[in-house]
Ligand binder design. Structure first.
Ligand SMILES: [Mg+2]
Ligand SMILES: [Zn+2]
Length: 200
C-alpha cells in the first residue's frame, strides 16, 4: 500500500522495545529505561503539534504476573521520563482471550484514534515487532518498524517501512509534514476532513 506524504493525524507508539527497553512483564517503575532518542523524538513531534499516543499489549496482567496497579505505576514512570501522551490504549488480555484489542488486532489503534478524534487511516504506528505492523495494516494505518536485536529477520523483511531508530522516525515524519499541504488553523481539522483534505 502506498501512503501519500502528508501530515499524520497522530503518531501511535508501542511501549516495550519501542519507547522503553523491553523488560518482559515489568511491574517495577525503577526499571523503566527509555530507548535511545525517544525523548528527543517525542519532543520534536509535540513541538510540531502532532498528537502522540501509546498502544501497548500488557498480557502480564492477564497472566497474573503483574497487577493493573503495577502496570499503571510503570506507565506513570514512562510519562515522567518521556513526557505526557495524548492517549494511552492498553490491552490487558492474552492470546486466546479472544479480545479485539491485543495486537495484531487493530482495536487499540482504533481506540487511540477515536480518543484523539482522528481516523486510524491518518495514524502512523511505530513498533518493534511484526504484531505492531499487522495491527497497523488491519487498522488501515501506516506502519513503521524500528527493529531491535529481538526483532526477527522475517518481521523486518515483511515490514511496510523500516526506520533505524526513533530519531529517524521523527525526522521522516516531520520532513513529510513540512512537504505536505499546510494544515488549516487550530479547530479546522473537522472542516478539513469534511472537504477530503486528508485524501490529497
Ligand atoms: Mg514491543
Ligand atoms: Zn485486549
Amino acid at each position: 500500500m502506498v501512503f501519500e506524504q502528508r501530515r499524520p493525524g497522530a503518531v501511535l507508539f508501542d511501549r516495550d522495545g519501542t519507547l522503553i527497553r523491553d523488560v518482559p512483564y515489568n511491574g517495577d517503575p525503577a526499571r523503566v529505561r527509555p530507548m535511545p532518542g525517544a525523548l528527543e523524538a517525542l519532543s520534536r513531534l509535540r513541538r510540531a503539534d502532532l498528537p502522540v499516543a501509546v498502544v501497548t499489549n500488557q498480557s502480564g496482567v492477564a497472566k497474573g504476573l503483574i497487577t493493573a496497579d503495577e502496570m499503571e505505576q510503570v506507565n506513570a514512570r514512562v510519562e515522567e521520563l518521556l513526557g505526557p501522551f495524548d492517549a494511552w490504549a492498553i490491552c490487558v488480555h492474552d492470546d486466546g482471550d479472544g479480545c479485539t484489542c491485543r495486537k495484531p488486532a487493530p482495536g487499540l489503534l482504533i481506540r487511540a484514534a477515536a480518543v484523539l478524534d482522528v481516523s486510524p487511516r491518518e495514524c502512523v504506528m511505530v513498533g518493534d515487532i511484526g504484531r505492531d505492523m499487522e495491527a497497523a495494516r488491519a487498522a488501515g494505518a501506516r506502519g513503521i518498524l524500528v527493529p531491535t536485536v529481538e526483532t526477527r529477520r522475517e518481521e523486518i523483511e515483511h515490514a511496510p517501512e523500516v526506520a533505524d531508530d526513533l530519531t529517524d522516525v521523527a525526522e521522516r515524519l516531520l520532513r513529510e509534514a513540512d512537504a505536505a499541504p499546510a494544515p488549516v488553523a487550530a479547530g479546522g481539522s473537522a472542516w478539513s476532513r469534511a472537504l477530503g483534505w486528508s485524501r490529497w
